[in-house]
Design a protein around this ligand. Structure first.
Ligand code: ZN
Length: 463
């Protein structure tokens, strides 16, 4: 009896370890729930649909969805959360790229489709993207980011775009250093390898040859070296030996019955009939001279603050009004509002010359003066010439005690620039800051605007 039980246990253990000799896949640490993945993905997808031209063609839509459904059907059950909302959307963009957002929305550029020589290659990219969704790599990145803005649970608020609308670079600005895309869609080499392996396993189960995935990546890399598709390579870095380990994995996988791929040529024809195909996001098309993420061209004249103001804010942190001609630039831990030509590359560095910034920083101290000094010390690491340029004073800000500190720094535009940083504590003990920035010689033109922003600023983190 005992012997039989042991033998049975041994068989079960072997079966669990390697049903087909496939590599086990690790689900990374994640502090978000699957339902939060869905919520984030839904908001980011709405932004993506605004930012990119969606192809509205029933043949293409049906085809892409059929490929996606085939993959979802063979996704590992323990990873396929019932709350996920899968969708597969074709974009009229020529760059070879595809991306998937937390919780299921996937976007495939026509360029990816046009570069594919067979259905398996498109399916390979989709399987890789679906793996990022199943392994929850986007929110795993956000969990790792450990910055206070995200810890305040503001990721959804930032993506929402409703509060910060109109960013030039866009929320899903892959390939640029700005925007939320860098958190949700920029994967580590380790995550890439996991997505390749799980993708290969799902392809085999769906009856495709997983080596098509490796071939498609080789095509993408070739195009990238010619300057064709840096976006994909930026968000999906090659872990090294990609072709080798996918080929090895493919050799260990049992294959499902071959799928019907006879619709591939018809879908290709349908794509070819769609006119246009933007080279990148539709909003940036006309701005060829601008760097993605830049607001105008730094060094050119900066127009005066508009007398019209608009409301901005981040749910649960702050609300304020800013001049209507200023654009929001969100980053993981702060939001700037800048006039035209006041943010972007100048002489090889990214400069911010006029405007305001709202942000949250961790604080080790409950003493406002100490916490403010620590913040200034941290800022000085990137800007060593910043100095305190006058007396600090305390003042009420949104019915809390705040401290105003005047600072000065050499302006990248020549002369000095003046800053005032206002600091106060949020209910959770982190430091909220709001700073105003303007070149000294233009300061009088900004007095009224800064005064109005300061007066309308409300902290909304506690009742
Ligand atoms: Zn990837």
């Amino acid at each position: 009896m005992v012997r039989n039980a042991t033998a049975l246990l041994l068989v079960l253990t072997l079966a669990a370890a390697s049903p087909f000799g496939q590599t086990p896949i690790k689900l990374p640490k994640n502090s978000y729930t699957p339902a939060q993945d869905v919520e984030l993905g839904r908001k980011a997808a709405a932004e993506a649909r605004k930012q990119y031209a969606v192809i509205d063609d029933p043949v293409i839509a049906r085809y892409l969805t059929r490929l996606g459904d085939r993959l979802v059907a063979v996704a590992p059950r323990e990873l396929n959360q019932p709350v996920y909302e899968y969708s597969f959307t074709p974009l009229n963009v020529k760059a070879i790229n595809a991306f998937a957002l937390p919780g299921g929305p996937m976007f495939v550029n026509r360029g990816m489709f046009e570069a594919a020589k067979e259905e398996g290659e498109v399916v390979g990219v989709m399987a890789h993207e679906l793996s990022h969704v199943l392994l929850r790599h986007g929110t795993a990145n956000a969990s790792k980011a450990r910055n206070p803005w995200l810890q305040l649970g503001q990721l959804a608020g930032i993506i929402g775009g409703a509060v910060v609308g109109g960013t030039a670079g866009g929320v899903i600005s892959q390939g640029s250093q700005f925007g939320l895309g860098t958190i949700l869609l920029k994967y580590s080499r380790d995550f890439e390898k996991q997505a390749d392996l799980l993708g290969a396993q799902m392809m085999a189960r769906a009856g495709y040859d997983p080596r098509a995935l490796a071939r498609m990546f080789e095509t993408i890399e070739k195009e990238s070296k010619g300057g064709g598709s840096p976006q994909w390579m930026n968000s999906h870095p090659n872990p090294g030996n990609r072709t080798a380990y996918i080929t090895k994995e493919a050799g260990q996988l049992a294959s499902g019955p071959p799928p019907d791929t006879s619709d591939f040529p018809g879908a290709k024809e349908a794509f070819a009939k769609i006119p246009g195909g933007a080279s990148s996001a539709k909003r940036n098309e006309s701005a060829a001279s601008e760097t993605p993420g830049a607001i105008g061209v730094p060094g050119r004249p900066v127009p005066a603050p508009s007398s019209q103001f608009r409301s901005v804010g981040v749910n649960g942190v702050f609300q304020a009004t800013v001049p209507a001609n200023w654009t929001g630039i969100e980053s993981p831990d702060s939001i700037k509002f800048v006039p035209p030509n006041a943010f972007g590359p100048l002489n090889g560095e990214t400069v911010f010359t006029h405007g305001v910034e709202f942000g949250v920083a961790r604080s080790g101290s409950r003493d406002l003066r100490e916490a403010t000094s620590a913040w200034i010390t941290a800022v000085r690491q990137d800007n060593p010439d910043i100095r305190v340029a006058g007396d600090q004073r305390t003042l009420p800000l949104s019915q809390r005690t705040a401290m105003a500190t005047p600072l000065s720094n050499p302006s990248p535009l020549g002369g000095d620039e003046w800053m005032t940083v206002y600091t106060t504590f949020l209910a959770d003990g982190s430091l909220f800051y709001y700073l105003t920035l303007v070149p000294a010689r233009e300061a009088p033109d900004y007095d009224l605007a800064f005064e109005r922003i300061t007066r309308t600023l409300r902290l909304t983190d506690a009742p």
